[in-house]
Design a protein around this ligand. Sequence first.
Ligand SMILES: [Zn+2]
Length: 342
Amino acid sequence: MGLTNPQYDRIRREYDKKQLENRTAQEAHIREAYSRLPRLREMEETTADLSYQRAERLLAGDTKAADKLARQLQELREGKQVLLASAGYPPDYLEMPCHCPLCRDTGYVNGKKCRCFEQAIVDMLFSQHPIHEKLERENFSTFSLEYYDREAPSGGESPYEHMQQVLLQSRRFVDTFEPGKENLLLMGSAGTGKTFLSNCIADALMKKGISVIYLSANQLFEALADHAYSREEAGQEEYYHWVLDSDLLIVDDLGTELNNSLVSSELFFCLNERELRRRSTMISTNLTMNQIRASYSERVASRLMENYRLLRLYNSDIRLKKREERLGLAANTKDRNDDGGR
Ligand SMILES: [Zn+2]
């Protein structure tokens, strides 16, 4: 499952395609702005002319004339900005647009692979494209609190109020993220929104250029077992490397994997190794802490209790609620949530 040459070439071609699209977009912007603002084209032509003259003066050692030309060029630049703004264009409208400001879609920064390139490798290795599609639907901007009950159990906090706090902490995790600084454990029964929340966090961090691997518990244990039994094909090392070394590893639905005697020690090894490498891990599970202790081991449970920030999620079953809503059976629930549920 390592990156093969054709896969590598496919990533490179994606970058070539992006750069071509960027150039095409830039040319379209320039054409449009020139046709609306003929004065802008004249200024661009003068700029080219003065730049040439300045280069000539510099070559001739005439720094005084070169400096004067530099000042004229600066005035022209400012004049162009004013003109663009007057027509309602952003200041960078004539510059080449790009998806990644770090490498400007070249894939490299100072001869090294950019973070976006590393994420592209991870995406390819872990077949994460379906996840990216999912993240377009499930992210912080689409997360809705309206599915959480506003009714509080006697004297306590309602699921709605509680979830507001969980959401706040999740955003803080994203905003202050540094690899290895913090780990998250999302606990709660099925249908309380753990996976949706994991997706929100994954999406926001990927957008910040953090390398994120999203694995179901089954996929994680398969990867670890493949390595333990040296079942890997050539290049599998790279896959394994990323399981331990991505900035954030998300393990979805711990406890649903096929159990075998090695699972517990493999899990402990993975969590421990990632901590040693100063990498963050986020785990979601339906299990309680006692069940974790029973299914894995005391040391896995205590590691999670000591080094993971616990976010507990609860509600009546959200998936059930969404289904009811789709079927039009939940008029009462909707009425209750209609007063500004988002
Ligand atoms: Zn980049």
